[in-house]
Design a protein around this ligand. Structure first.
Ligand code: HEC
Ligand code: HEC
Length: 325
């Protein structure tokens, strides 16, 4: 009996300290090492940009987002917007040629992926919209920056955004969301995605063991990555297992506004809607943790197994000891 008491005490001490670390120390350390960033709930109205901006930039940002708001209030004419969309297709034509270091993304689902106000801001001034204007002396130098001189009329902007929302929308798969919103910058090794497309299925020569087609592809990827690094100052990281490294809250606030989590970062804002953010997350979960649904559904079965096993072990023990006494 005395023995049992001290065992129980040791157990209680262990439980106490485990809980202390789990509930007290870990969350405290976490809160000290990562400042908490409020999300904006996928609303793109410039509030955070104005707050974060240096003093001399504040007025310009206020003015910019006020103009975006004014355009958002206009009624867009999707039919008229189709003609203006031809301007976009000058660059977003799927030719895969980099511009200013980056390949313009496919816009087939742009209306579904991106928020309306963000699209308006993007056409008005891409560098301001994605909150990387501090990188440029003149934001026309952004890879899409010349749009500022191509579409200058507010009604034209409202029209082309109405066109995107009506005609370039529809159902988006998680893979399409990832490729169109993130894929031009971020490779994903686990699903064999590179910045220029999926790694092709090729066959090595049986005699020599060489695979010239694959080599050629790898060379193209390397060149695209060099271009990207020159544009952004560094190569964007592979995102195959980012879902395990970062919390959902971090990813949400980072994608909405990278500067809020990493001030000075080269990653531009990606103005996703809540629904398309969830699609991207679904794909990141699939690539980084494809077995998670299996594991989750297996969990309760394992627990049930242990419960049954414990009962059997207990009954067996009772039986064995009853014979000994
Ligand atoms: C001069 C070439 C050019 C023109 C014209 C152009 N774009 Fe772009 N666009 C780009 C490039 C390059 C990028 C990639 C920029 C980056 O990744 O930093 C881009 C990116 C985008 C993105 C993704 C933005 C994001 O935050 O991830 C959207 C959406 C977009 N363009 C829409 C449009 C629309 C709509 C039009 C027409 C009104 C248009 N673009 C006209 C070159 C262009
Ligand atoms: C125009 C290129 C570009 C696009 C598009 C882009 N990113 Fe990035 N991303 C970057 C760069 C550059 C970095 C490195 C930032 C740094 O270290 O300062 C980065 C970093 C990241 C990080 C790492 C942050 C960290 O340190 O933990 C995550 C997560 C991320 N991006 C997610 C995304 C997702 C998800 C998308 C699509 C919704 C996306 N990015 C679209 C360029 C891009």
């Amino acid at each position: 009996m005395k023995n049992m008491n001290s065992e129980l005490k040791i157990l209680l001490v262990v439980i106490f300290f485990s809980l202390l670390v789990y509930i007290g120390v870990e969350p405290f350390a976490h809160s000290q090492m990562h400042k908490h960033v409020e999300g904006h709930n996928f609303v793109y109205d410039g509030t955070a940009d104005i707050q974060e901006a240096k003093k001399e930039k504040k007025e310009a940002k206020k003015k910019f987002w006020a103009e975006v708001k004014k355009i958002a209030a206009l009624k867009g004419d999707a039919q008229a917007g189709e003609a203006t969309y031809a301007v976009c297709m000058g660059c977003h034509n799927g030719s895969g040629v980099p511009m200013g270091g980056v390949i313009p993304p496919n816009l087939d689902h742009a209306g579904a992926l991106y928020d309306k106000n963000y699209l308006i801001a993007l056409i008005k001034d891409p560098a301001m919209a994605s909150n990387v204007d501090h990188v440029y002396k003149d934001t026309t130098m952004h890879p899409m920056g010349s749009i500022k001189s191509m579409i200058t009329n507010d009604q034209d902007i409202a029209n082309v955004v109405a066109y995107l929302k009506e005609k370039k929308s529809g159902e988006v798969t998680p893979q399409e969301a990832y490729i169109e919103a993130c894929g031009r910058c971020h490779a994903n090794r686990y699903v064999k995605w590179t910045q220029i497309g999926f790694v092709p299925k090729t066959k090595a020569d049986i005699k020599t063991g060489q695979d010239p087609e694959l080599l050629k592809f790898k060379e193209k990827v390397a060149n695209a990555q060099i271009d990207l690094s020159k544009y952004l100052g560094k190569l964007p990281p592979d995102l195959s297992i980012i879902i395990r490294a970062r919390s959902e809250h971090f990813l949400e606030t980072f994608i909405e506004d990278p500067q809020s989590q990493l001030p000075g970062t080269a990653m531009p804002r990606v103005g996703l809607t809540k629904e398309s953010f969830e699609k991207v997350m679904e794909y990141l979960e699939y690539s980084g943790d494809a077995k998670k649904p299996n594991r989750d559904s297996l969990g309760w079965k394992v627990i049930l197994y242990f419960i049954i096993f414990t009962i059997l072990a207990y009954l067996w023990k009772k039986q064995v000891w009853s014979k000994l006494h």
